[in-house]
Design a protein around this ligand. Structure first.
Ligand code: GLC
Length: 618
């Protein structure tokens, strides 16, 4: 009898081992980044807020996204629009109250949308109580920030900066405090002093902040500028990049001493433990972290896990390759190479992700050209793993490049001058979300919005795209539906540059439907054959096509003659490879057969054993 149970147990375990391929929520979802200041204004002050977001959450649901990460909503003097936090555990009053946040969480839960918050660990605001006390020399807070006496001034007088480090936002990374008679480090604006992670108390206090919001029901964090967390303790100069002659510019130095230090990863692995422990103690689904680090592949991949594989880190180390390595001039070969690059570098068993845009970079339609927006969205939604959409990309919003020096808000631009500010400004991609053709694009009823609305909102808005027969938004929705297919959720990828302009890839999963995504990056009609993939049947069915395509859903075409319109994107299927098997896939069948044999033998054996036993006891 025992053997019978054992075989059933064995069968069950093997069966569920196959099922373990099932992904967790974050591995297949699309994350939608909301820039709260520009998303929806509920009280008519020209600035977006939490109630506004809550009232528009249904848009995310309609788009098909499963989670949203919000740029910072915490109390802040707004020098860097929320990335300068003066209280990590309260809400910025212009954005609302803690009750508004609770309502947002409740509504999101009702709609099945996870909320991810932006955690900004590298620096606080100079108005944070910790900095004020640190500057005043309070013994407890003295070492909360990176302070230095500086170097003796050869000309006499006040010491000079301790080294040549420059801030990401132009100019020296050191600011003199008259109060403390020392310099403090700021890798971003001078109102964003760097916290000192060599002080264990700082790490502890910041870890408490993570727990605080987890308890309020958030599903994880986007972790800001993480690779800036540590600097070398001896504060030595960074080497000069001779190609950038401006000593105030961030590009003037090679940042070997201020970014990507190994200590950063220990903090990340520790925070991963914190998230995992929270789940163990409190139950519920996995809480995740997405890390922001503009770094090379080696440094980026190390966020996934430690080099020896013993510690886990970020669930989603942002993949910025579509921002850094590709643009409107890229060829199909560049695309094929870039996609393969991430897939090849990623450690086995981890989840890929694709970021098309964010609040720090020019919009997709502006970087790649408006005519390529559908193709890029199609890639984002059909490549393996998670996707990240910045608000507005689903309708193809473009940068508003006509923002005057007077109207400019971004400190990265304001720190420069009226001649060059536009080169540095991130305002163009941050303008208000375009909901409809009413005043201020339906974003706000105010007379003046914090940044000017793009004048194209009259035609380019969510409402118009919902009403149109075909639109960027409708295509986005269609792709979202398609991506639910198990081949897209769990399948492999094979990429090919079919011609200079035609980029294509296959998504395959065992005996499930195979899909081919075919993109024409160029402005001419292209005739291609998908035979080079060698794995497709002769006839293909169109399952989705960009609004401008000559193809439509359901059309059957021969594999050898695919015609693509300029900037076209078509997704084909050739159906499942084999007839559906009785029990799903071969793995289950083999397991079932083995367990049936084991069950059969064990039953015979137990029958025999019982009979003998009975005979003996008689
Ligand atoms: C990150 C943010 C950016 C901010 C900077 C400083 O890169 O995305 O907006 O200015 O960190 O916090």
């Amino acid at each position: 009898m025992r053997i019978l149970f054992l075989s059933i147990f064995l069968y069950w375990n093997l069966l569920t081992a196959c099922d373990a391929k099932d992904k967790e929520w974050w591995q297949t979802t699309v994350f939608y980044q909301i820039y709260p200041r520009s998303f929806a204004d509920s009280n008519g002050d020209g600035i977006g807020d939490l109630k506004g977001i809550t009232s528009r959450l249904s848009h995310l649901k309609e788009a098909g996204v499963g989670a949203t990460w919000l740029s910072p909503i915490f109390k802040s003097p707004m020098v860097d629009f929320g990335y300068d936090i003066s209280d990590y555990e309260s809400i910025q009053p212009e954005y609302g109250t803690m009750e508004d946040f609770d309502e947002l969480i409740a509504k999101a839960k009702e709609l099945g949308i996870k909320i991810i918050l932006d955690f900004v660990p590298n620096h606080s605001s100079d108005k944070h109580e910790w900095f004020i006390k640190s500057e005043a020399g309070d013994p407890e807070y003295k070492d909360y920030y990176v302070w230095s006496d500086g170097k003796p001034n050869p000309n006499g007088g006040r010491n000079i900066e301790p080294n040549n480090w420059v801030s990401v936002f132009y100019g020296s990374a050191w600011e003199w405090s008259d109060k403390r008679k020392q310099y403090y480090l700021h890798q971003f604006t001078k109102q964003q002093p760097d916290l000192n992670y060599r002080n264990p108390k700082v790490l502890e206090r910041m870890s408490d902040v993570l727990t605080f919001w987890l308890k309020k029901g958030v599903s994880g964090y986007r972790i800001d500028a993480i690779n800036h967390l540590f600097e070398v303790p001896d504060l030595v100069d960074e080497p000069v990049n001779i190609f950038d002659k401006d000593p105030k510019s961030y590009g003037h130095l090679w940042h070997y001493n201020t970014v990507d230090l190994m200590e950063v990863y220990d903090v990340i692995y520790g925070w991963r433990d914190l998230l995992d422990d929270f789940k163990k103690t409190n139950g519920g689904e996995t809480r995740i972290m997405m890390t922001e680090a503009y770094a090379n592949m080696t440094f980026t991949m190390r966020y996934y896990e430690s080099d020896d594989g013993t510690r886990k880190g970020s669930h989603i180390p942002f993949n910025f390759l579509m921002i850094s390595d590709l643009n409107g001039d890229s060829t199909a070969r560049d695309f094929a190479h870039t996609v393969s690059k991430w897939m090849n570098y990623m450690p086995v068993g981890f989840t890929a992700n694709w970021v098309l845009g964010n609040h720090d970079n020019s919009r997709v339609a502006s970087r790649y050209g408006v005519e390529r927006i559908d193709a890029l969205n199609a890639m984002l939604l059909t490549l393996p793993g998670a996707g990240v959409t910045y608000n507005g990309e689903e309708i193809g919003m473009v940068d508003n490049k006509n923002i005057s020096w007077k109207d400019t808000q971004d400190p990265a631009a304001c720190n420069t001058n009226p001649d060059v500010y536009m080169k540095f400004s991130r305002d163009p991609e941050r303008t208000p979300f375009q909901w409809d053709a009413t005043k201020n694009a339906g974003f706000s009823t105010a007379d003046k919005t914090w940044l000017p609305v793009h004048p194209n909102y009259v035609d380019l808005n969510v409402k118009a795209q919902k009403e149109a027969d075909k639109s960027h938004f409708k295509f986005y929705q269609q792709l979202m539906e398609l991506r639910k297919h198990e081949t897209f959720q769990d399948g492999t990828i094979k990429v090919l540059a079919l011609t200079r302009n035609v980029f294509a890839y296959l998504r395959e999963l065992r005996d499930k439907d195979t899909f081919a995504v075919v993109i024409n990056l160029g402005g001419n009609v292209e005739h291609v054959s998908l035979e080079p993939f060698r794995r497709l049947r002769n006839k293909l069915k169109v399952v989705a096509a960009a609004p401008s395509s000559q193809y439509h859903e359901g059309l059957i075409i021969p594999i050898s003659s695919v015609t693509l319109e300029p900037y076209d994107c078509v997704i084909f299927t050739d159906g499942a490879k084999n007839q559906k098997r009785l029990f799903g896939d071969w793995c289950r069948e083999v397991i079932l057969i083995i367990s049936l044999i084991v069950t059969f033998i064990s039953s015979i054996y137990s029958l025999y054993f019982c009979t003998c036993h009975n005979i003996n006891t008689k």
